[in-house]
Structures are given as structure tokens and as C-alpha cells.
Design a protein around this ligand. Sequence first.
Ligand code: SAH
Ligand code: SF4
Ligand code: F3S
Length: 440
Amino acid sequence: MKKAFIGVYGCQMNVSDAERMEGQLHSIGYVRTGSMEDADLILLNTCCVRETAEDKVYGKIGEIKHIREKNPGLIFGIAGCMAQKEGENLIRRAPHIDFVLGTNKVQELVNVVREIEAERGHVVDVSFSETELPEGLPVERGGRLSAWVPIMYGCNNFCTYCIVPYVRGRERSRLPEDVVKEVGEAVAKGYKEVTLLGQNVNSYGKDHGRADFADLLGMVDAVPGIERVRFMTSHPKDLSDKVIAAIRDGEHICEHIHLPVQYGTNRVLKAMNRVYTVEGYRDLVGRIREALPDVSLTTDLIVGFPGETEEDFSALLDFLREIRYDSAYTFLYSKRSGTPAATMENQVAEDCKKRRLRELMEVQNGISREINEGLLGKSLEVMVEGASKNDAGIWTGRTRTNKIVLWEHGDEQPGDFVQVRITQPQTWVLKGEVCSRIPR
Ligand code: SAH
Ligand code: SF4
Ligand code: F3S
């Protein structure tokens, strides 16, 4: 058996693509290894959403140069968003890279690897045909209980800071029957939970018109044997009341919405081209919470967008205190060349961005802790995942609202559903005790 090392950077879409790449490598005789030194093939599925993401990959490319020197037969390829963005520049910069495969060429991996196995040489394929969807590919999933299922590719929104639409192309939705089929196949293999993936799931189906996102949620909810349905990411501009109703009415659809706001003032939102206003967002959150009283809301926030003032920043903190997210991913604005924001005036100084990020995280962590403390004594439904990373006696799982729960292991098994009474809520995790098994 030949061995492949697959390194994955970036978002869940990249994780999902890598599972399809691994499936293809498996079909031509590669098994996965966790060690680059052991590998016959190294594939990095890369991200370029922020400069730090690219820096990590360039570091890895450097490391692999030494491994390649010791193992001249090694095949080394770059896929994903950085591959799409840089194309053959990557090989010019690092000639020990054998192939560069764009984001819309996942299905070409087998051909490319075979070509290099046969006659070495470099292959670069970053061509982009938006009519082609990567259907019918074998998939080697990472998890055993929870499956990533892409429902659409690409993005049409062109937020002014963001590189994703340039490297992922325009929105293309999979057909509802293909999504439902994949979910059914995952369930048949023992998966209990699926997460439907897209850069903006709420605009699912606008291209083919065969079903909208609310319809799709209903169809996936009805797949026999599915226990939990999750989805991300929701762009606030088109999360409709119909979608909210579908979440409320679906038996298995989890009450968690990742609803990135990015910023908390209209001036900055406009400059970011986010299309909604603070008032519109507030109103949407009100409608969500009215329909789904136990919902957890999470968000993404960017500090240091060009032109951000102290006034903007303090209004952002007020907005956070008002909305009260369960948690937030917070990012320093990173200039991406080719995007409109990269050439905007009044770029914010690095030390100022960092200070704001620290303050922002402090405020949000306080809110996260307060919300979790409100769960003290409550009994929550948890899907058992298994032993925690650091302590085999402490097991972990998630609530429907996507909060991580820890408890002392009894006799429950991965995939069981249990009620856990929360005894020690913390900022990032909830500690508790299993009080009963939920029969399924
Ligand atoms: N499609 C999703 C997210 C894609 S990227 C959405 O619209 O929410 C994930 C997150 O990275 C974004 O939500 C944003 O907060 C952040 N991000 C994107 N471009 C960035 C940049 N240039 N600098 C810093 N953060 C960025
Ligand atoms: Fe980027 Fe905006 Fe598209 Fe999300 S919606 S991927 S932030 S352009
Ligand atoms: Fe990164 Fe591409 Fe995802 S740029 S965040 S891996 S879509």
C-alpha cells in the first residue's frame, strides 16, 4: 500500500473537499498516514482567507523541501484556495511541488496523480468550469458520527475584504436529490449527524430553482435514521422566515445558527458590502429568538477593517452586549490583494487592531461565560462522541445548540444520546453528569 499524508487548512468546505480527495487517493491504492516522513504522496488542501493562513502553508512547503530531498520519489501537491489563487506561481517559488490543483478540479486528482506517477513533471490545473459539479466521487470521511455534506459551492456576495468569491467562483447548488442521497448513504454507514455546508446556505437553490434552503432542510430532516441536522454558514441578508420556520418545525434540525455579523455599525457594514444594516440584523435575531427560544447564535467578527474608528469599535462592543452571542470567532482584518478593501484608505495600524481584538475577545468571553452559567442545573440532550483528547476518563459530546459538554465516563458509547445535567458551566465548555440515557 502506498501512503498519503493530507494536510487540511481553512474552513469545513476544505475539510469536506479533502475527504473527497482522500476517497479518490484510496481508490488508486493510497492509505492515509499521519506522518509526512512516511508518505509517498503529500497533499496540502490550502486556505488563503487571511495572510496567516497562507504563511502557515508556506512554512509547511519549506519543511517538505527537506523531506523531498530524503525521499526523491515523493509526490507533492497543493490543492484548495491558495492553489486556485497562485496557480503556477507556487511551482515557480517552490519547484519541489509536483502539482497544483484548483478548487473546482477536485475530481481531477486521480488523473493528475497517475500522470505524475507515470512520467513525473509538473501539472497545474486551476481551470474553472462552473457548470461542472464534483458529483459521484468516493469519500473517506474523517469522523464516524458526524458527516460534512456540501450543498453548494462558491459565493456571489463579494464582501469587500474577502477573497473567497475569487477562488471559489460563483454559487452553484447541488441538486436536492444528490444531497438527500448523500445524507442517506451516510446514515446507512452509521452517521447520526450531518452538517450541510455552503458559504451562504440561505441562497441554496437560487440557481437551479428546484428547491430552496428551507425545502432542502425539510427533505434532509425526513431522511430515515438521521438524528441531527446542522448547517453553515448563514448570511444574514437572506435568512428567510421560511428557513426559520423549517428549523422550528424540523424534528432533527439543531437550534444553532452561525450568523456572521462581521461588524456592528452601518458605516462599516456598508463599506464591507454586507448589504444588511444593524437594524435589519437586530430584527432578524428577534424573529429567530421568538421562533426558537433555546437557539444558540454564533458569529464571525472582523476588527481593523479600513477606516474603523474608536467610535465604530465602541459601538461594536455595545452591539455585542446587546445581541449576546453564545460565542464568536474574532479575526484581525487581513489585506487580501485583489479585493476592494485592500486599496481602501485609512488602513488600521497593526498594534491598534491587536488591542481592539483583545478588548473584543474579553467582552465576548464574559458574555459566553454568563450565557453558559445560565445553564447551571439544566439537563441537556448530548450526542456522545467519545473520550476527550487529554483524559480518557472524561468523555465529550455536544448539545443540539453545539456546545461542548464534558463528563465522567460511565457505560455510554459513542453515538448514544444522553441527558447531561450541567454542574460546572465554563466559557468554552459545560461540565456535567449523565443523568439518563435517551432511547433511540
Ligand atoms: N461565507 C462565510 C465565511 C467565509 S470566511 C460567511 O460569509 O460568513 C470565514 C470568515 O473569515 C468570515 O466570516 C470573516 O469573518 C473572515 N474573513 C474573511 N476575509 C477576511 C479578511 N480579509 N480578514 C480577516 N477576516 C476575514
Ligand atoms: Fe466571503 Fe462574504 Fe462570501 Fe462569506 S459571504 S465567503 S465573507 S464574500
Ligand atoms: Fe479558506 Fe477557501 Fe475556506 S480561502 S476559509 S479554505 S473557502
